[in-house]
Design a binder for this molecule. Structure first.
Ligand SMILES: C#C[C@@H]1N[C@@H](C)[C@@H](O)[C@H]1O
Length: 437
């Protein structure tokens, strides 16, 4: 291994209570909310089908013109308590909120920027209202923070001169100040999810990324930090030049998931995926017909897929400029919530089971309990199970206790019957097993 000053500072998973809670939460929601919700993907009469929160870039809008949108920021339908109730009903255990996206607009009254809610007609501290409302519902709050800031004159994409270096150091100090401000104002925050860290300017300042992780952990013991913040001495991101994960969990699975057979390496570390409901819209876009919109069933399968491989899943919501959610997102939250109400036992606190994936769906595991989450019931009406060597299946039952027949068909192979009554949707069978039998 090569020696690194700014590489991984720990090998293996964190085992403290705060990380255990992060892991056990399993299901989260993303809130992408900023000035971009006002134009919703349209600029000067042209609708852009790229990600709506990147409209400033697609339409080549100068920062000062873009930030004039602040004069229209007045979400009269915004109700933090209603947002928290919606999250509670969906069964999410945490919510990641965009404190500041690439545009530089801050959802909190930062004293280090003039582009904040305080300088809009709304005036009030939206982030503070949301932190309180979610926490009051027992939901953890995580902060999304974009290091890249299109509003700041000292931001640099690369460091090519002494002037660049001096300006970017001012920018890093500004960023430190905003992060300290967030950690001080909102001490119940449990996680920082950094984004906008791919530019050469940051990769050439790996020291700073290690400093930020340590600074936040000193201020908020137990806080978790995503791998996307980190760059090592040589600019390697997420995993250092020795292949060790930096930060507390891998955060590279954005709109994609590891393969349940070929990518089992991810089960060796903590990781969290995040997903959009349309093909690629994080912020509010007025026209979802421009791309495929995943059904609640397709969102649910991605949630189960992540947990089955020992990861978390964060489902994205892009609230409207008026502070309400679009009908499709309300319907999604309701559908997922109904399923979690009935079957959440196979998600919360669950992990990778270590059994060979079968075509009918996914396994999750919690201690001695192994769950079968069935998405694709076979024509044979038998769900084939292959157990690891020395593991026997003693009993199989639906979560309401009703048993289903299990027949051994070969060494470490079983047929589990489908329930007598068609469950009409993905369902769960809980297995009682004996290991080292
Ligand atoms: C690219 C990019 C960003 N990363 C996602 C989490 C969204 O914030 C998107 O704008």
């Amino acid at each position: 291994e090569i020696s690194l000053k700014y590489g991984a500072d720990r090998l293996g998973k964190r085992t403290d209570d705060a990380m255990r809670k992060f892991r056990d939460n399993r299901l989260g929601a993303f809130i992408h909310w900023g000035l971009y919700a006002i134009p919703g993907g349209e600029w000067n009469g042209k609708v852009y089908n790229g990600a709506a929160e990147w409209l400033k870039s697609w339409a080549k809008v100068p920062a000062d013109e873009w930030l004039k949108l602040m004069d229209q920021w007045n979400p009269e339908k915004f109700n933090a308590k209603a947002w928290a109730k919606m999250a509670k009903k969906m069964g999410v255990k945490y919510v990641k909120i965009t404190t500041k996206h690439h545009e530089g607009f801050c959802l909190w009254p930062s004293k280090y920027s003039k582009y904040t809610v305080a300088q809009t007609p709304y005036k009030k501290d939206i982030l503070g209202e949301l932190v309180k409302a979610y926490n009051d519902e027992g939901i953890d709050v995580h902060f999304y923070f974009s290091v890249m800031d299109w509003s700041h004159p000292d931001y640099r994409y690369d460091i090519k001169s002494e002037e660049d270096a001096v300006a970017f150091n001012r920018f890093l100090e500004f960023t430190d100040n905003q992060l300290k401000e967030l950690a001080t104002r909102y001490p119940t925050v449990k996680d920082f999810w950094f984004d906008g860290t791919w530019d050469a300017s940051i990769k050439k300042n790996g020291w700073w990324t290690a400093h930020v992780e340590q600074m936040l952990k000193d201020m908020l013991p137990g806080v978790t930090i995503n791998s996307r913040l980190r760059a090592d001495d040589y600019g390697k991101r997420h995993f250092d030049s020795n292949g060790h994960l930096m930060g507390d969990y891998e955060s590279g699975y954005e709109r994609r998931l590891p393969d349940p057979v070929k990518d089992l390496k991810v089960t060796r570390w903590d990781w969290e995926a995040c997903m959009t409901v349309p093909e690629n819209q994080w912020g509010y876009h007025k026209d979802w017909s421009l791309s495929y919109v995943k059904t609640p069933l397709e969102v649910l399968e991605r949630i189960v897929h992540a947990v089955a491989m020992g990861g978390n899943m964060v489902v994205n919501f892009g609230p409207q400029a008026d502070g309400d959610f679009r009908p499709e997102e309300k319907e999604l939250a309701d559908a997922i919530g109904k399923w979690m109400q009935k079957y959440g036992e196979c998600i919360y606190g669950c992990d990778y089971a270590g059994w060979d994936k079968q075509s009918w769906g996914y396994y999750t595991r919690k201690g001695k309990d192994v769950y079968m989450v069935v998405f694709n019931p076979p024509y044979s009406k038998h769900l084939v199970i292959k157990t690891p060597k020395g593991t026997k299946v003693v009993k199989a039952a639906l979560l309401d206790g009703k048993e289903v027949a299990v027949k051994e068909t070969a060494r470490n192979e079983y047929n589990v019957d489908m329930p007598a009554k068609d469950p009409e949707g993905p369902f769960v069978i809980k297995l009682q097993i004996e290991e080292n039998a």
